[in-house]
Write a protein that binds this ligand. Structure first.
Ligand code: ADP
Length: 581
C-alpha cells in the first residue's frame, strides 16, 4: 500500500478531473439507489392503491433517473479514463527520464528486459488501479454501504434478520481475498518468467538459430507458458467458485427476506413494496462485493507494480556531480593521470577488477591498452568518462579530480567508441551527426573519411541518406564500427576512446583508419583498447593489463625488449608459429 501511496503525486496534476469524476460517481450511485425506493412507491402507492396516474408519474421519473444516471456514468467514465491515461503517460515519461539519468552501475543492476516491463506493463497496472479507484471500485463500495444503510431505513427488523447473512458473506469474501493473494502473486511471478524468456528469445533469436537451439528454447518457453497457464486456470477456477457461493448467499437472503417479510406483512408491519425494495437493496449490496473481490486482483497487481516502479524511480544515479562542480575548461589539452586506481563492480562479489593502476597520458599521446579478454581493459577506459567511478585512488584531468568536474562538460570533451556499436533508426547522416546535430555536411564527410567510412557510404543505395535499419542490420559489423568512429570524431573530442572498435575491420582498413586518426587527433589524447598487436604498434605508449594490474608499460620497442608478457603476446600473434604470419 505504501508503494501505491508513494505514487500519489502522479495523480496531483489531475486532481480536478479526479474530484469531478468522483462527484459524478456519487451522483450515479445516489440515482441508482433511488430506483428501489421508486419501485416501492410504484407498488404501494400505484399498483396496490390502483392509482394509474401515480404509476405513470413514477414510471416516467424512473425513466428520467435511469437516463440521467447513464449520462453521469459516461461523464465519470471519460474523466477517469483521462486521469488514468494521463497518470500512465506521466509515469512512463518519469521512468524514461530516470533511466536516461542512470549511470552504468545502475544499468548493470536493472536489466534492460526488466526496465522494458516496468515501463510498459507496470505503468499499465497503475493505469488500471487509477481507473478502478475512480470507477467500479468506488462505485461498488458506495453502492454496498448505501444499500445496507437503505435496508435499515426501509425496515429495521428485516435488516436485522439479514445481518448474519451479510456477516457470512463478508467472511466468504475475506476468505477469498486472503486465499487469492498468494495465488495471484505466484501467477505474477510466472508471468515475469514468461516475459523474461520471451524477451531473451526475441532479442536473441539470431543466436538461438545459429546454435540450433530452437528446440531447447521452445521447450523452455513451453514449460514457462504451461506453468503460467496452469496458474491462471487455478486462479480462475478458484475465483469461479466464489460466484456461486455469493449467489447462494443472495438467494438465501431473498428467501429469508420474503419469509420474514411475508410474516410481517400479514401483521401489516411492512408493505409489499417495502419487501420488493428490500430485496433489491440486498442484491445491490452483495453484487458489488463480488466485483470488489475481482478488483482485489487489480489492487494486488497494482501493489506489486508500484513497488517495482518505485524501485526505478527511487534509484539514485551512482555517478553524480559534486555540488558546485565547475565545468572542464573548453581549452583543455587533457593530460590524463591515473593515481593508484582500483575498481570493483558492485555485483561481482567485490572481486577486484582493477588494482593499483598508475598511468599518465600526456596531451597528444596515444595510449594503447593491451591484454587478455577479461583483464579489465574496458573497465579502465570506462572510468575516464565517469561511466563508473573508481573505488580506490583517483583520476585527474589537467590536475583536476574527475569527481570535481561537471560530468556533462567532461563528456563534451570525450568521444567514446564503445565495444558494441549502437546505431539508431534514421539515416547514416543522422547517425554520424548524433553527438553534434548542428554539424554541417562537409564536416560529416570529413569525419566519415577519417573513419574510412566515406567510400562504403557512397556505395549505399542513397549514400548518406540511406536509412539505417533496426540495429543496423543492413550494414556489416565493420561498417557499423566505422560509422561509430565517425560519430565520435565529429564531436572533435579532446580525448578519444576507442574500445576495441576496429575489431570487425580488416587489418588494411584498420591501418588506414589509424593513419587518418593521427592527423585528426593531433594535440588530442587517445586511448585505444586493442586485442590485435598490429593495432598498437605505433602508439606512443602501450600498457599491458594482466588480471587487473598494470603488467608492463612502454613503447613497442621497449616492451619487446623488456616485457616477457608482451613478447609472449607478440609471438602468439605476429611471430612464427601456428598463428603467425
Ligand atoms: P576486458 O575489456 O579486458 O575484456 P572488462 O573490463 O570488460 O575486460 O572486464 C573485466 C572484468 O570485469 C571481467 O571479469 C568481467 O567479467 C567483469 N565485468 C565487466 N563488466 C562488468 C559489469 N558491468 N558488472 C560486473 N562485472 C563486470
Amino acid at each position: 500500500m505504501r508503494h501505491v501511496l508513494k505514487l500519489l503525486p502522479f495523480v496531483k496534476p489531475y486532481w480536478q478531473k479526479s474530484v469531478l469524476s468522483l462527484v459524478l460517481l456519487v451522483i450515479v450511485v445516489v440515482l441508482d439507489l433511488a430506483i428501489p425506493r421508486l419501485v416501492q412507491h410504484i407498488i404501494d402507492q400505484g399498483i396496490l392503491a390502483g392509482d394509474m396516474e401515480e404509476v405513470w408519474h413514477t414510471f416516467l421519473l424512473m425513466l428520467a433517473i435511469s437516463v440521467a444516471s447513464t449520462l453521469f456514468a459516461i461523464g465519470n467514465n471519460n474523466f477517469s479514463v483521462q486521469v488514468g491515461e494521463g497518470v500512465a503517460r506521466d509515469l512512463r515519461e518519469a521512468l524514461f527520464l530516470k533511466v536516461q539519468s542512470f549511470s552504468y552501475g545502475n544499468l548493470d543492476r536493472l536489466k534492460t528486459g526488466q526496465l522494458m516491463v516496468r515501463l510498459s506493463s507496470d505503468s499499465g497496472a497503475m493505469l488500471r488501479v487509477v481507473q478502478v479507484s475512480l470507477r467500479i471500485g468506488t462505485r461498488a463500495t458506495l453502492l454496498m454501504v448505501g444499500s445496507i444503510a437503505l435496508m435499515f431505513i426501509t425496515d429495521r427488523h428485516l435488516a436485522l434478520v439479514v445481518v448474519p447473512l451479510l456477516l457470512l458473506t463478508s467472511g466468504i469474501i475475506v476468505y477469498f481475498i486472503t486465499r487469492m493473494r498468494p495465488l495471484f502473486l505466484t501467477m505474477q511471478q510466472k508471468l515475469d518468467r514468461l516475459n523474461t524468456i520471451l524477451q531473451e528469445n526475441i532479442s536473441g533469436v539470431r543466436v538461438v538459430k545459429a546454435f540450433v537451439r530452437a528446440d531447447h528454447e521452445a521447450a523452455r518457453f513451453e514449460s514457462a507458458n504451461e506453468d503460467f497457464t496452469e496458474r491462471n486456470i487455478r486462479v480462475v477456477e478458484f475465483l469461479s467458485t466464489m460466484g456461486p457461493a455469493l449467489s447462494a448467499c443472495i438467494n438465501v437472503g431473498i428467501v429469508v427476506v420474503i419469509w420474514a417479510g411475508g410474516v410481517q406483512a400479514m401483521h401489516g408491519e411492512v408493505t409489499i413494496g417495502q419487501i420488493v425494495a428490500f430485496v433489491n437493496y440486498l442484491q445491490t449490496a452483495i453484487g458489488p462485493l463480488m466485483i470488489m473481490t475481482m478488483l482485489a486482483n487489480v489492487w494486488a497487481a497494482g501493489i506489486v507494480s508500484a513497488e517495482r516502479l518505485n524501485e526505478v524511480l527511487d534509484t539514485v544515479p551512482q555517478v553524480q556531480d559534486a555540488p558546485g562542480a565547475p565545468p572542464l575548461p573548453a581549452s583543455a589539452r587533457p593530460r590524463v593521470v591515473f593515481e593508484k586506481v582500483g575498481f570493483h563492480y558492485h555485483d561481482s562479489n567485490e572481486t577486484i577488477v582493477l588494482e593499483d593502476i598508475d598511468l599518465v597520458a600526456e596531451p597528444g599521446q596515444t595510449v594503447a591498452i593491451l591484454g587478455a579478454t577479461g583483464a579489465g581493459k574496458s573497465t579502465l577506459v570506462n572510468l575516464i568518462p565517469r561511466f563508473y567511478d573508481p573505488t580506490a585512488g583517483r583520476i585527474l584531468i589537467d590536475g583536476q579530480d574527475l569527481r570535481q568536474i561537471q560530468q556533462d562538460s567532461l563528456l563534451d570533451h570525450i568521444g567514446v567508441v564503445p565495444q558494441e556499436t549502437v546505431l539508431f533508426s534514421g539515416t547514416v547522416r543522422d547517425n554520424i551527426r548524433y553527438g553534434r546535430p548542428t554539424a554541417g555536411d562537409e564536416e560529416v564527410v570529413a569525419a566519415a573519411r577519417a573513419a574510412q567510412a566515406h567510400d562504403f557510404v557512397l556505395e549505399l543505395p542513397q549514400g548518406y541518406d540511406t536509412r539505417v535499419e533496426e540495429r543496423g542490420v543492413n550494414l556489416s559489423g565493420g561498417q557499423k564500427q566505422r560509422l561509430a568512429i565517425a560519430r565520435a570524431l565529429l564531436t572533435r573530442p579532446a580525448i578519444l576512446i576507442l574500445d576495441d572498435s576496429t575489431s570487425a575491420v580488416d587489418v588494411e582498413t584498420e591501418t588506414k583508419i589509424q593513419e587518418a586518426l593521427e592527423a585528426w587527433m593531433e594535440g588530442r589524447t587517445c586511448f585505444v583498447v586493442a586485442q590485435r598487436i598490429s593495432t598498437v604498434l605505433k602508439a606512443d605508449k602501450i600498457v599491458v593489463i594482466d588480471k587487473g594490474r598494470l603488467a608492463a608499460e612502454g613503447t613497442h620497442r621497449e616492451l619487446l625488449q623488456s616485457s616477457p608478457i608482451y613478447q609472449e603476446i607478440y609471438a602468439s600473434q605476429l611471430g612464427p608459429g601456428p598463428n603467425g604470419g
